[in-house]
Design a protein around this ligand. Structure first.
Ligand code: KG4
Ligand code: ZN
Length: 330
């Protein structure tokens, strides 16, 4: 079979990324232009600035991707872009650019759900991984426990009822004085502390999550006891949030009778979470997967991979594709 080359575009938040991926799994290039330094000074992503920066960057990032892959536009077979969920102004830049490319090159356009993209990052890291499996998507905007029935068939088993886990990490980091994005800083500081502080964990009868309770508890504690040991607080917060993830995932493993669990999304870069899931895998005798670090946070290679599988399934978008900021999966 002829190789299929996908050009992927990601612009849902504060990363302008363009990737070229062969047959859905082999990354030829994955350029990620991050705006973190700009948004840092505001303590979080400023949507209007993000979309303006995407406009400034997208054309150059695309040129850079082609150059690095030693390719020209004529070598591209499919154009895939994130069309939701995300910041509307940011999404529109990638969607508009992808539509123009698809039209000009006369190649199929594939609109990709960003969460599906995060899941697909695992296909790039693990060439042998195939559905069905269970995936825990933990990122700045999402906390979903999903059964991956097939490459483009999903069943949501549980999701957060309030804050996404990454949102809680970023908020906690901010109040204890760590820079945006706080997740990686908590990861680092927690290694110097002990999980000695009792924090509330929330559980439901079903597989839903909630992180607003623990977030508020940490904020209140930090306010009442400004001299509290920050490293201990980070370690305790990491442990309690991971307990919730492990609890629901264990229930879902039994319910769905699966032997493969994948992690995905920015928070799956967390070293403590990875370690706990590795232990869970050993205990239950199941395989645990998580993408290499660069593919955990937002990038276009994962979008190209998901785009490829949508293409194979005949899920091709029309040129009136629009950004859908609250796009659902499944
Ligand atoms: O997947 P992502 O890049 O964007 C969304 O789709 O939301 O995830 C970004 C989130 C941020 O909340 C960031 O703090 C978190 O991932 N994150 C981490 C780590 N690295 C990134 N959280 C905990 N530990 C990390 N090592
Ligand atoms: Zn993301």
């Amino acid at each position: 079979m002829k190789d299929i080359i996908t050009l992927g575009i990601e612009s849902s938040c504060d990363e302008t990324s363009v990737a070229i991926v062969k047959n859905g799994r082999e990354v030829l290039t994955n350029i990620i232009n991050t705006q973190i330094e700009i948004h840092k000074q505001f303590g979080g992503v400023v949507p209007e600035i993000a979309s303006r920066k995407h406009i400034d960057n997208i054309s150059n990032v695309t040129k850079q991707a082609l150059k690095e892959a030693n390719m020209s536009f004529e070598d591209i077979d499919i154009v895939a872009c994130t069309y939701g969920p995300g910041l509307v102004g940011a999404l529109l830049v990638g969607v508009g650019y992808a539509k123009a490319l698809s039209f000009a090159l006369n190649k199929p356009l594939i609109g990709v759900n960003h969460i599906e993209g995060h899941i697909s990052a695992n296909y790039i890291t693990f060439k042998e991984l195939e559905p069905p499996f269970l995936c825990l998507v933990i990122s700045g905007g999402h906390t979903h426990l999903i059964y991956i029935e097939d490459y483009t068939k999903f069943k949501i088993l549980g999701k957060t009822r309030d804050d996404a886990i990454g949102e809680a990490y970023d908020k906690v980091a901010r109040v204890i004085g760590l820079e945006y994005p706080g997740g990686p800083k908590i990861d680092k500081l927690a290694k110097e502390g002990q999980a000695s502080i009792k924090l509330p964990e929330t559980y439901f009868d079903n597989l839903d999550f909630s992180f607003s309770g623990i977030k508020t508890a940490v904020l209140n504690l930090n306010h009442k006891e400004p001299n509290i040991n920050k490293a201990d607080l980070c370690a305790s917060f990491e442990k309690a949030t991971t307990n919730m993830l492990i609890n629901n995932t264990t229930k879902a493993i039994k319910e769905m009778n699966v032997n493969k669990v994948a992690l995905a999304g920015g928070v799956s870069a967390n070293s403590y979470i990875r370690e706990r899931f590795k232990i869970l895998g050993k205990e239950l005798g199941i395989d645990i997967y998580y993408p290499e670090l660069k593919l955990c946070t937002d990038n276009a290679a994962m979008i190209a991979s998901a785009g490829y599988y949508n293409f194979l399934a005949g899920k091709i978008s029309s040129l009136d594709l629009n950004a859908v900021p609250n796009l659902k999966i499944g």
